[in-house]
Design a protein around this ligand. Structure first.
Ligand SMILES: [Zn+2]
Ligand SMILES: [Zn+2]
Ligand SMILES: [Zn+2]
Ligand SMILES: [Zn+2]
Ligand SMILES: [Zn+2]
Length: 621
């Protein structure tokens, strides 16, 4: 491991074990630092395993050049922070890196078969080998976690002594030493054997350790440990049941990501210098008071004019969700989306754009009534857009989609004024469905019944994954959502097949609630050039008309038909109907909804019921 630079060679907060920078050989791209290797996730580098450190102290230690602050006021406000920072990349050119701590600590030596904490092997500094045998140590394949997001070592001692010392509090006091060996060549749980030299308990395999109640039966429950915060972070009260997991399992860590498009009046960067003052400014209702506050803070050098500040404050208040004293997070997130929808719908062609304007959305020149017969309306060319995607928290065991905020684990011990985030720039095409047509279509009994099947299946999956049924978020599956979602997928497919965009470079953003029926398809790259170019041109009505017709026709048939179209349940537990990898599914980076809640039949109908399809009338029969 490359030694960390001198300025970092110090103990972590409160004298805990120092966090290491990720070894150079473990390259982590910046985007992965929030999507895959965010705080609390496990990362394997060669033979070693680490947990990505919490953010306490990171604001000071992250390099300001490599991890600059970025601003997106609406998202910051939603998430209760002042600003965001790009996470450090961890590659050869990087001065900084992802900060990690060794986890799990339990290791075994394939030579002497000792199973103990890493430091008890007396490895030479900076290496992970058995001090006696000089072979690479193997990090424990198993960890334990609870649904509140805690993480811990697999309780090997209790596992071995389960017949003799059930529920014992005298962990490790049998006088023996643990051993781990593997019988035979398979990596099955049955062939992993753990024993203790005390001789009081016989050798056991790991078989059965993944049973739901395996650890409960040993009298164990969660101690609330958070190893990503270092050894000095206090354990939290918990007591929830523990589950055994493989280190590499996706159930160990799931990011909770929230994103926003930058829209006027926040999207020209003018408001950025005020990022840390909005909460204070909101307290004043008079212009005079705002002026006095700004004079006090900026000593007469406020980079933003008083008029602009007042305009921004008005815009901010306009987004306050009304009618609810304490709106839920979901309610506020919906309000944020609603505002985007309004902006995308109205565009900003009339206004003068400064060079820094990050949102440029214009009405196409062509006559958009050509789209009328399709039931499509209001296409907009989004010539410039910026999306900020922040890592809010993470979950373990529970799927972030299915849980309410209570199961989310924050990224730091102390509450911080910032979160890590990525920004992407690009361009896109926005379109809406005709509300009247849509209203009639979604009321049709066959449509409602079909989507209800999917909704019920999805709700069941959410309940299973959430553990606590009272904490389950409602499934978003309604006819317009599934229709818009499937339409977005076939459009992305069409543009990728016909215009050569890699499908993975296009993304969808759905606006599908009672008062919204739109979809944005956009290019999203994190480099500043930001665009493959030309997607905007695809939004001209005549071209869009051809594209939608062709996409819908392509959706009539899948190489897995008739199976795909006839399917009653597909996807994870019936959460898709007529949709599979051979037709409408997309690379995961393109899809907002994990490739579920898709159904081609809602576009084109089924052979038995062609009128089910929203676009049934345009098909060549
Ligand atoms: Zn050894
Ligand atoms: Zn023993
Ligand atoms: Zn816990
Ligand atoms: Zn299919
Ligand atoms: Zn999708």
């Amino acid at each position: 491991m490359t030694p960390p630079p001198a300025r970092r060679r110090r103990n972590g907060a409160n004298g805990s074990a120092p966090a290491h920078n990720l070894p150079r050989r473990g390259t982590v791209r910046r985007a992965q630092a929030i999507t895959t290797y965010g705080v609390g996730s496990l990362i394997a580098v060669d033979q070693e395993s680490f947990v990505v450190s919490g953010l306490d102290g990171a604001d000071a230690s992250w390099n300001a050049d490599e991890s600059p602050r970025i601003h997106e006021r609406r998202l910051a406000r939603l998430l209760g922070v002042d600003y965001f920072r790009l996470p450090p990349a961890s590659d050869d050119g990087s001065k900084d890196g992802l900060r990690v701590r060794r986890f799990p600590l339990m290791h075994s030596c394939p030579e002497c078969t000792e199973l103990q904490r890493h430091r008890d092997f007396n490895p030479p500094a900076g290496r992970s080998i058995c001090g006696t045998c000089e072979v690479d140590l193997v990090p424990s394949r198993f960890v334990v976690a609870c649904e509140a997001g805690h993480l811990g070592e697999f309780p090997y001692w209790q596992w071995v002594h389960r017949s003799t010392e059930r529920g014992a509090s005298t962990t490790g006091l049998c006088g023996g030493r643990l051993r781990l060996r593997s019988s035979g060549r398979t990596s099955s749980l049955r062939s992993i054997l753990v024993s203790c030299t005390c001789g009081k308990a016989s050798e056991v395999s790991m078989e059965g350790s993944f049973r739901r109640n395996a650890l409960k039966d040993l009298g164990l429950k969660c101690h609330g440990t958070r190893p990503w915060l270092g050894s000095s972070a206090p354990a939290q009260e918990c007591g929830l049941p523990l589950r055994t997991l493989q280190r590499g399992s996706s159930a160990v860590w799931q990011p909770v990501l929230k994103s926003a498009l930058s829209i006027p009046p926040w999207s020209n960067g003018r408001a950025d210098p005020l990022a840390e003052h909005w909460d204070a400014l909101r307290e004043y209702d008079s212009r005079d008071h705002v002026e006095i506050y700004l004079k006090g803070v900026f000593k007469g050098n406020c980079p933003v004019s008083l008029d602009e500040v007042m305009t921004l404050l008005d815009a901010e208040r306009e987004e306050d969700p009304d009618g609810q004293a304490a709106p839920t997070f979901d309610h506020r997130y919906r309000a944020l989306r609603n505002k985007e929808y309004e902006r995308l719908r109205s565009g900003n062609d009339g206004s003068e754009h400064s060079r820094d304007e990050q949102f440029v959305c214009e009405t196409p020149l062509g006559d958009h009534s050509v789209l009328g017969p399709l039931g499509v309306t209001g296409p907009m060319l989004v010539k410039k857009l910026r999306e900020v995607r922040a890592l809010k928290a993470f979950t373990r065991l529970a799927d972030p989609e299915s849980t309410t905020e209570s199961k989310e684990m924050p990224l730091s011990d102390a509450s911080l004024r910032w979160l890590p985030a990525m920004e992407v720039r690009g361009e896109g095409v926005f379109l809406r469905l005709d509300e009247d047509r849509l209203g009639t279509w979604e009321k049709a009994a066959a449509v409602a019944a079909r989507v209800e099947r999917m909704r019920t299946a999805h709700q069941r999956v959410l309940e299973q994954r959430a553990g606590d049924p009272s904490q389950v978020a409602p499934s978003p599956a309604v006819p317009r959502m599934v229709l818009l979602h499937t339409l977005a997928h076939v459009l992305i497919n069409e543009w990728s097949l016909e215009s050569g965009y890699p499908a993975a470079a296009l993304r969808e953003r759905l606006y599908a609630t009672d008062d919204m029926a739109g979809v944005l398809v956009y290019t999203a790259t994190s480099d500043s050039a930001g665009s493959l170019g030309g997607l905007v041109a695809q939004g001209e009505p005549a071209l869009l008309d051809r594209t939608i017709r062709s996409a819908v026709r392509r959706a009539e048939w899948c190489s897995s038909d008739p199976l795909c179209m006839e399917t009653e349940v597909s996807g994870t537990g019936g959460t898709n109907l007529a949709a599979c990898h051979a037709c409408v599914m997309l690379p995961e980076t393109s899809c907002e909804h994990n490739n579920i809640l898709l159904d081609r039949a809602l576009l084109v109908g089924t052979p038995e019921d062609p009128d089910l399809g929203f676009f049934a009338n345009i098909q060549a029969r």
